[in-house]
Design a protein around this ligand. Structure first.
Ligand code: FES
Length: 497
């Protein structure tokens, strides 16, 4: 039976940083960082090293949610983005991502992190001829942008590819081993880390923690995957997606020796070392929108595919990851719209490693009034590209509209009485949409199906037994407790008559 926790979390100790108490001095900080994922922690580290008094406020545990479930590829090759960007943006994007890669390596070295850093080539491959043709253009665009990129017709995978972009001198690491060492350095430098410290309100120079505690800081950095604070400009332009991951031990000689992403088979492959000399194969895929059903079936498909292509004796771990992509595929890093001294870093589109460190450097330069990198404007959250973004933006808006209105009118496919043990479904109770789950012993768990963020109707994840919101990716347990924002409040209970 596979462990339902990621390998990164299973192979590192849990953290237990304190929550903020009345005894903590939380006035007049230099910088408050909201979110303890890789972007928040790298930013806190860079600022602490620049001499700033910094505190991180994480709603759950640090290096846990998206960061604890990443695939941790440290590469500037992000699917097939360079041809899409065009020459000028591609050049700046490549420079920023290569800078992120280089700086991550420097940081890991400086803090002495034992984080399984391994230099590896990165591949974007295609199994079909048409997709392979598009990768020829991508290889050329990436090479013209300055990456050590080439088009190849073979990769060291145990299945044929029609073509691939190969970029040399990229890397992979164990994200939590890296970040836990980085955080120790933040604390050594006088920085503070608070866990289970949810931020509920944000203003210029102030934030409020759950329970009403006020924090003041000259600068505030928001690095939560989806900024929970009302800025419609960002809301409409961030699209959540989820991916499944399975991991299994393979003999060292079966290691394909690189990091691979298929653009037409929805599969991604890398390995990491195990203590016994074997490698842990990590396969990602079955991308879906939060709230889509059939997750157990998707896990089964990913497991079967892995067993067909690699010599595994069973899956050791399985987990899922959630990330946000912007409608023009470039992250938002810079001034938070509507505020003077609030900054944001989000929308990494599944490429959080290099993006996080590049964002940390950019925000640190802004906050400390140093020269910003020449690629800074590319990431400006205020940018608008109405033509290029139009179709993705319309699709995202369509999802929200459908989940807010249309789905409410659709007849539920089951009733409370018909709900079998182990199943969850949205049903109608007393004329209202209700998220109902019947556990294995037959007890019903019924909560409102309207997400407490902006009211979209949630969908059931039958593998994790959670409720997921399709609009901005909030997640809840079967009793309504928030597992992941932007929602701040639980789904209220419903008592069927
Ligand atoms: Fe925004 Fe649910 S996460 S409406």
């Amino acid at each position: 039976m596979a462990d339902d926790v990621s390998y990164w979390l299973s192979s590192t100790p849990p953290t237990s940083y304190p929550t903020a108490t009345a005894a903590d001095e939380l006035r007049d900080l230099d910088v408050a960082v909201i979110g303890g994922g890789i972007a928040g922690l790298c930013t806190a580290w860079a600022l602490a090293r620049a001499g700033r008094r910094v505190a991180v406020f994480e709603a759950g545990r640090i290096a846990h949610a998206t960061t604890g479930n990443t695939t941790a590829k440290v590469t500037a090759l992000h699917s097939a983005i360079y041809h899409h960007l065009g020459p000028d943006k591609a050049l700046r994007y490549a420079r920023s991502q290569q800078s992120g890669l280089r700086r991550l390596h420097e940081a890991a070295t400086e803090v002495g992190a034992q984080c399984d850093w391994e230099a590896r080539p990165a591949y974007t491959y295609a199994v079909g001829a048409d997709a392979a043709d598009s990768l020829r253009e991508e290889a050329q665009a990436a090479a013209e942008a300055g990456l050590p990129a080439e088009f190849v017709t073979t990769a060291d995978l145990p299945y044929p590819v029609a073509g691939a972009v190969r970029v040399a001198d990229q890397a992979q690491l164990h994200p939590r081993r890296f970040l836990l060492a980085l955080v120790e350095d933040v604390v050594r430098l006088g920085g503070r880390i608070y866990e289970q410290a949810q931020v509920t309100e944000l203003g210029d120079g102030t934030l409020t923690l759950a329970g009403g505690r006020a924090v003041t800081a000259y600068d505030i950095v928001v690095t939560t995957g989806f900024p929970a604070f009302d800025r419609p400009e960002l809301f409409a332009r961030l699209v959540p997606k989820r991916e499944l991951v399975v991991a299994a031990a393979i003999p060292a000689e079966a290691d394909p020796g690189g990091m691979f992403l298929g653009i037409d088979d929805d599969r991604s492959v890398r390995t990491t070392p195990l203590d016994d000399g074997r490698r842990l194969l990590i396969v990602t895929g079955e991308t879906y929108q939060p709230g889509d059903g059939g997750i157990a079936q998707r896990y089964a498909a990913l497991t079967a595919w892995t067993g067909e292509h690699f010599p595994i004796a069973g899956v050791a771990y399985r987990w899922s990851a959630q990330d946000y992509t912007t409608t023009d595929r470039i992250p938002f890093v810079g001034r938070f719209p509507g505020h003077d001294r609030v900054w944001v870093a989000t929308g990494f589109g599944g490429w959080g490693m290099t993006n996080a460190m590049a964002a940390a450097d950019l925000l640190t330069a802004r906050i400390t009034d140093r020269d910003v990198p020449e690629w800074a404007d590319l990431y400006d959250p205020h940018r608008l590209h109405p033509v290029k973004e139009a179709s993705t933006l319309a699709k995202a808006a369509g999802t929200v509209a459908k989940s807010l209105v249309g789905e409410r009118l659709t007849k539920p496919d089951t009733t409370l009485d018909e709900l079998a043990p182990g199943r969850g479904a949205v049903v109608t109770v007393d004329g209202r949409r209700c998220a109902a789950y019947r556990d294995e012993v037959g007890t019903l768990h019924t909560v409102s199906a309207s997400c407490t963020h902006l009211g979209c109707i949630v969908g059931f994840n039958d593998a994790d037994r959670t409720w997921e919101c399709p609009c901005h990716g909030s997640r809840f347990d079967v009793d309504g407790a928030v597992l992941q924002g932007p929602a701040l409040r639980p789904l209220p209970p419903v008592q069927p008559r």
